[in-house]
Design a protein around this ligand. Structure first.
Ligand code: SF4
Length: 187
């Protein structure tokens, strides 16, 4: 068994951006984003000068990935599950960044804000420092991510209750492609 303090279980679903537009509710999702204290502080997040539909229009295929992250019962707990989740989602994003590197027909989106810099340059009113590494948030493009993964991956989201941490947290990403064949390498 791994000596890492967490275990990940990957779920994937090959689909099309058009199919994912069943979960497209830009006005509703932007309302949720406006309640976030980080609203407008990341270039990955709203407001954007384009719509999610316009952004995704060049792509014909999509691979939805979710990693269910749980504690490893064989390793003593020294970190919160939230800290573990942030590490796991960065590793997922980095794996996908390397996968799409040099492939012009692919793009990666993630759930949640971009994590590439310790502090996003948008807070200082400056342009994105690393546009090639910036990952737009799926929510920021108008998608109901929790509905999407529950219906497409049969993966329920779990939330803290009565001060208890959930049994699992889920990191989500989407790889979109103009030619879908390459996505099969991730299946
Ligand atoms: S790469 Fe850095 S500057 Fe650009 S969106 Fe991400 S955190 Fe912000």
């Amino acid at each position: 068994m791994s000596d890492r303090d967490y275990i990940t279980q990957r779920h994937v679903h090959l689909t099309s951006p058009e199919e994912l537009f069943r979960y497209y509710a830009p006005h509703r999702v932007e309302g949720y984003c406006r309640e976030c204290p980080l609203y407008g502080r990341f270039w990955s997040c709203p407001p954007h000068p384009f719509s999610g539909r316009a952004y995704l229009s060049p792509f014909s295929q999509a691979l939805l990935l979710a990693e269910r992250i749980t504690r490893n019962p064989a390793v003593p707990a020294t970190r919160t599950l939230e800290e573990i989740f942030q590490e796991a989602r960065r590793l997922l994003g980095e794996e996908l960044r390397i996968f799409v590197e040099g492939k012009e027909n692919l793009e990666v989106l993630i759930a949640g804000n971009c994590y590439h810099c310790p502090r996003c340059s948008r807070e200082e009113g400056q342009p994105c420092r690393f546009p090639e590494k910036r990952r737009y948030s799926l929510e920021s493009l108008g998608f109901l991510v929790s509905d999407m993964i529950q219906e497409k991956l049969a993966l329920p989201l779990e939330w803290p209750s009565q001060g208890q941490e959930p049994a699992a947290l889920v990191a989500v990403a989407l790889v979109v492609a103009k030619d879908g064949e390459v996505l099969r390498e991730l299946l």
